[in-house]
Ligand binder design. Structure first.
Ligand code: CUA
Length: 111
């Protein structure tokens, strides 16, 4: 966890196309936010979220979807999801992680 930002794939966080209709989104959670703070993905594609924490345990939930996992220091969490239409979603931390917990969020924009 101390070297998350120097370790692939987290040395290049963001959205990466891995094949036709397939994308990987590499995300780092930290106190108190996500890198990147905005995630732009296409609808009707397989989006695999690959995420970890660089400090304490955080949550990773995209409101209104079944994307719901824990970010644990030293572990990599992975989940594939398909958004069926365009829209804007809130990515939030749903595990209490300290004073700024309630401010820990990012935006997922589905094009
Ligand atoms: Cu991170 Cu709550």
């Amino acid at each position: 966890p101390a070297n998350v930002q120097g370790t692939p794939p987290f040395d290049h966080p963001g959205v990466h196309q891995t094949g036709p209709g397939q994308y990987e989104v590499d995300v780092i959670g930290f106190t108190w936010g996500f890198i990147p703070a905005e995630i732009d993905v296409p609808a009707d594609a397989d989006i695999t979220f690959v995420a970890t924490s660089m400090d304490v345990i955080h949550g990773f939930e995209i409101a209104g979807t079944r994307v719901n996992m824990m970010l644990i220091p030293g572990q990599v969490s992975r989940l594939t999801y398909r958004f069926t239409g365009p829209g804007e979603h809130l990515l939030l931390c749903h595990e209490y992680c300290g004073l700024g917990h309630q401010t820990m969020h990012a935006k997922v924009v589905v094009q």
